[in-house]
Every structure is written in C-alpha cells, then in structure tokens.
Design a protein around this ligand. Sequence first.
Ligand SMILES: C[C@H](O)[C@H](O)[C@H]1CNC2=NC(N)=NC(=O)C2=N1
Length: 97
Amino acid sequence: MSNLPVLSTSELDMALLELKGWSIERGKLHRQFQFPSFVKAFGFMTSVALVAETMGHHPEWCNVYNQLSVDLITHDAGGITMNDIHLAHKMNELAQS
Ligand SMILES: C[C@H](O)[C@H](O)[C@H]1CNC2=NC(N)=NC(=O)C2=N1
C-alpha cells in the first residue's frame, strides 16, 4: 500500500527532465525498450522483477520478442507517484548495465 501523493503535472514535468526515454501516455509513465534479442529482454525483465519485488512496486509491461513496453502507475494511489519515478530510474540503470 502506498501513502505517497499523486504527482502534479508540474512535478511530473520536472521528474521527466531527468528520465531519459520516458513520457506520460494515457496517465501512466511510459517507456518502450528494445534489446538485441529476446533473451536480453527477458534477462532485463528478470532483473527488474527482483527490484520491483523488493520495492513492493510492480510494472505493467508487455514483451514481444526483443521489445518491451512498460507503463508505471501506482494503483493504490490512482496515479503516478514517486514510487513510479524511482522504479523508472532503476530500470534505466539496469538497461545500461
Ligand atoms: C499489497 C501490495 O504490496 C500492494 O498492493 C502493492 C503491490 N505492487 C504495486 N505496484 C504498483 N505499481 N502499484 C501499487 O499500488 C502496488 N501495490
């Protein structure tokens, strides 16, 4: 359960300045990832799954071959919170390693 507030439009605009590749789509924090192979995509998803489980905060995502579409939203709060921003930063870090 998240007690964090839903971020305002201006707070989101500020956070997006530091979040390469992410945008707001249909009220969710969105990024499309592309990997060299399905195995690389799935390896990334496995790494993210471990972080997500530790955070207690989980992505909505769809994997097709080497493509991964991710949407982040805090269901308990009904909008985008700092939990989504933190998870997006962790995903960007993991995508580079
Ligand atoms: C009880 C459980 O920890 C909560 O329901 C967590 C699980 N993971 C979650 N993930 C996301 N993205 N939003 C949530 O509100 C959320 N809630």
